[in-house]
Every structure is written in structure tokens, then in C-alpha cells.
Design a protein around this ligand. Structure first.
Ligand SMILES: [Ca+2]
Length: 220
């Protein structure tokens, strides 16, 4: 018997994380803390750094391998295109609703507008059926750039991992031709593939620099 659980967790006066999950009563669940330190800033990314930088509503999912939010070298879905270009998540959420119905996705996590730079954390739960974490958030302003992680498995050799930390890179969704933060809209025809963004905004003498760091920690 499956049930949809919807939780709204207040983290601070200005932020509420919405969490919807499809949990089976007979499956053991596990809880994790998700922490995101955003380091995208004029200091770290001086090239052309824009005014009013922000990240759009973060859309995250726990899923299994038959669903994929984005992948290096693939073309972006219509939902990802709209998030990357406008920060609007309604089409992506329709795609996720379909994944929830097919049980390819177990939970949907939504975090409204993210402070840049800044940090936040929240807790969520999942089951062994949906051990992969993916999330995206638009980098704004930008033509079609987003930050995110895809297919991060919280299980290794059949066991939940205690803790994992990794950098969050910026991706070019390949759906618009703009090359700087404030480029005008210019739809990419034909659509290009999703790839790591290695423009001067994020590439320094030290290599590609991330816009943040995410840590996942299992809660006992
Ligand atoms: Ca486009």
C-alpha cells in the first residue's frame, strides 16, 4: 500500500522546504541531512559577476536508474530547459509527477529561492527502491545555466553510506546560445547537449570551480 506524504519543514522565517514522497509501509526508510553551501560570489567568480545573483527554486528527487534528471552529453528535457532558462519548474514537475506515478521517482524535494552566497540544510527520507539523488536549480541571471547533481547513489554495495560530500558544478543546458550572464534569449536550434560549463565565469587558472558544495549525512 503506497501513500503520498507531504511535509513542509520550516527552516527559517524565510524558507520552507516542501517534501512529497511515495513511501511503502512495508519498506524500511532511511533519513538523510542535505546541506548546501553556495560559494558562487563576486569574490570567487569575478569575471562579469552579475547584479542580483540568485538561484531559482531547487527541485530535487530521490529516484531509481530508470529516471534521469539530466546527464552529461544528453539533450535536456522540456522541463529542464524551462528551469535552466527561466527558473520556472512547472513543466519539470509534470515530468516528475509522471515519474512518481510510474514509481521511478520516490520523492520530490522543493526548496524556494536560494541565497547567494549562503547555506541551508534540511532532512528527507527515502527507501532502497529510490537510492539516487538528483537536483537542479537555475543560476540567475543566465541564458540557460543551471547548477545540479545527477544520479548520486546513497547506497554502496547494498548499504546506506554514512556521509558523502561533493562539489556542485554549473551546467550549460544547451537550449540557448547565450554566452554571458546577461545574454539575450536566443533559442538553440538544433538543441545542443547538456555539458559542464567551462566559460571564463567558472574556469580559472586552477581549473573549473564549483558554485557550491553538498554534503549528505545519514541520520541515525
Ligand atoms: Ca531554448
Amino acid at each position: 500500500m503506497l501513500r503520498i506524504v507531504k511535509l513542509v519543514v520550516s527552516l527559517a522565517a524565510t524558507m520552507a522546504v516542501s517534501f512529497s514522497t511515495l513511501l511503502s509501509a512495508d519498506e524500511g526508510s532511511v533519513s538523510y541531512q542535505f546541506s548546501f553551501d553556495v560559494v558562487w560570489s563576486a569574490e570567487n567568480n569575478p569575471h562579469d559577476f552579475p547584479e542580483r545573483p540568485h538561484m531559482s527554486r531547487l527541485i530535487g528527487i530521490m529516484h531509481h536508474s530508470k529516471f534521469n534528471l539530466f546527464r552529461d552529453g544528453d539533450t535536456a528535457s522540456s522541463g529542464l530547459e524551462l528551469v535552466a532558462e527561466n527558473g520556472r519548474s512547472n513543466i519539470l514537475k509534470a515530468e516528475i509527477d509522471d515519474g512518481l506515478r510510474r514509481e521511478r521517482i520516490g520523492s520530490l524535494i522543493e526548496v524556494p529561492g536560494i541565497a547567494v552566497p549562503g547555506s541551508f540544510s534540511f532532512q528527507f527520507e527515502t527507501t532502497a527502491k529510490h537510492p539516487l539523488l538528483s537536483f537542479v536549480t537555475m543560476l540567475a541571471p543566465s541564458p540557460d545555466w543551471f547548477a545540479g547533481i545527477s544520479d548520486l547513489s546513497l547506497m554502496r554495495d547494498g548499504e546506506w553510506i554514512d556521509s558523502v560530500g561533493l562539489p556542485v558544478w554549473v551546467w550549460d543546458s544547451g537550449t540557448d546560445f547565450g554566452e554571458s550572464y546577461l545574454s539575450p534569449n536566443q533559442d538553440a536550434q538544433p538543441q545542443q547537449s547538456v555539458r559542464l560549463l567551462s566559460s571564463r565565469h567558472f574556469l580559472t587558472a586552477d581549473g573549473l570551480i564549483p558554485v557550491g558544495y553538498v554534503t549528505l549525512t545519514k541520520i541515525d
